[in-house]
Design a protein around this ligand. Structure first.
Ligand code: ATP
Ligand code: MG
Length: 354
């Protein structure tokens, strides 16, 4: 594991609620790949946050934890450049969650549109756990524990990053004496423990799901997974909803999910333009376009499938253990600095993994 303290940091993570899908790739993974040479990158499995909706199914959370790391590695995330780690084994994150929860109003949290959206689309009604409301606070700790400059995320995460920025400012003002008029970029140099991190969205910041409406999501049954077999990809593409009643109706070009996938995954933009023009002129139907989309997606997934087949569960555990040890060193440094600022610096300590 190479350490590179001189490089600016990047932090991001995924919840192990299923395999990664195409939305993750274009929304976040692509940025992680592009950044891993020039930044000190940390990527974590949010296995504690997976319990918000799956506390009764811990076996799946564990299996998905391994699987998600395989997804990263098969996409080309290099554990020699990017620190891959497990959220549940970073005690500093759990502790920072408490401190940050004190700096965030309940009303502010409930105004977060992503929280409201998740309650709605996941049909949680009034039945979400207290821990569900804690997860955005935990996410603030996940991020700030690493004092990153950038957080590569999809569009749905922007409200969480905004809340993270607010809490970082509040902590720095309250405990580090940073003047509230300070520019976000100057918080660290003005004496703040926490630099104000920025979200970095991907080439496609919100890939639509097969339902043609919601964002592609692991939990909504509308995703094409990186692990899907070629035939599954074709079957799923055949189900893409375009809003068109019958083939006699004119094609709907706006918010057309098949066209969105072609643009995102076809390697030849000229061919996509040609297909779009023929579709608009009703020379091609939905069926043809869906076939082209599936072919493009399968071509994109082939090298990922090949790499995945070579990664074992033991490889994943070894990589996670080394990464988690390194991540703990960084997170402990942050926690200690935060405790010093907040006059909670009674004893120093070390974390050892066995
Ligand atoms: P869940 O349904 O369990 O919330 P998810 O599919 O939303 O799962 P997350 O693990 O919550 O996936 O998200 C991981 C990262 O991928 C986040 O940065 C998120 O913004 C991004 N992401 C997820 N879905 C999409 C999408 N459809 N388009 C672009 N980015 C996405
Ligand atoms: Mg999500």
């Amino acid at each position: 594991m190479t350490t590179s303290p001189e490089k600016p940091r990047v932090l991001t993570g995924d919840t192990p609620t299923g395999s990664l899908h195409l939305g993750h790739y274009v929304g976040s993974i692509e940025n992680r790949l592009a950044m891993q040479d020039e930044y000190d990158c940390y990527v974590f499995v949010a296995n504690v946050h997976a319990l918000t909706t799956r506390a009764d199914d811990v076996a799946s959370v564990r299996a998905d934890t391994i699987s998600i790391v395989k997804d990263w590695l098969s996409c080309g995330i290099d554990p020699n450049k990017t620190t891959l780690f497990l959220q549940s084994e970073i005690p500093a994150v759990a502790e920072l969650t408490w401190y940050f929860a004190m700096l965030l109003g309940y009303g502010r949290l409930m105004k977060n549109p992503t929280v409201k959206d998740e309650i709605r689309v996941k049909n949680l009604g009034e039945n979400y756990s207290f821990g569900f409301l804690m997860y955005p606070v935990g996410q603030i700790a996940d991020i700030l524990a690493f004092r990153p400059q950038f957080v590569p995320v999809g569009e749905d995460q922007i409200p969480h990053i905004e809340m993270t920025r607010e809490v970082a400012r509040r902590f720095d003002q309250l405990y580090c004496g940073v003047d509230p008029h300070t520019d976000d970029a100057e918080y660290a140099s003005a004496g703040g423990v926490f630099p104000i991190p920025a979200a970095k969205t991907g080439r496609v910041s919100r890939l639509t799901g097969l339902d043609g409406v919601n964002k592609m999501s692991k939990s909504l049954g509308n995703a094409i997974f990186l692990t899907d077999e070629p035939r599954q990809v074709q079957k799923k593409c055949n189900k893409i909803f375009t809003g068109r009643g019958s083939m006699d109706d004119p094609p709907i070009l706006e918010n057309n999910t098949i066209l969105e996938y072609l643009k995102a995954f076809h390697t030849d933009p000229a061919r996509v333009e040609e297909l779009t023009a023929d579709y608009a002129a009703s020379k091609l139907g939905d069926g043809h376009l869906k076939k082209e989309a599936a072919t493009a997606i399968n071509a994109f997934l082939d090298p990922i499938r090949a790499r995945r087949a070579r990664i074992t569960d033991d490889d994943v555990i070894d990589i996670l253990k080394a990464g988690t040890a390194k991540a703990n060193t960084t997170a402990e440094q942050t926690l200690w600095q935060a405790k010093q600022a907040a006059k909670f610096d009674f004893f120093e300590r070390d974390i050892t993994l066995r």
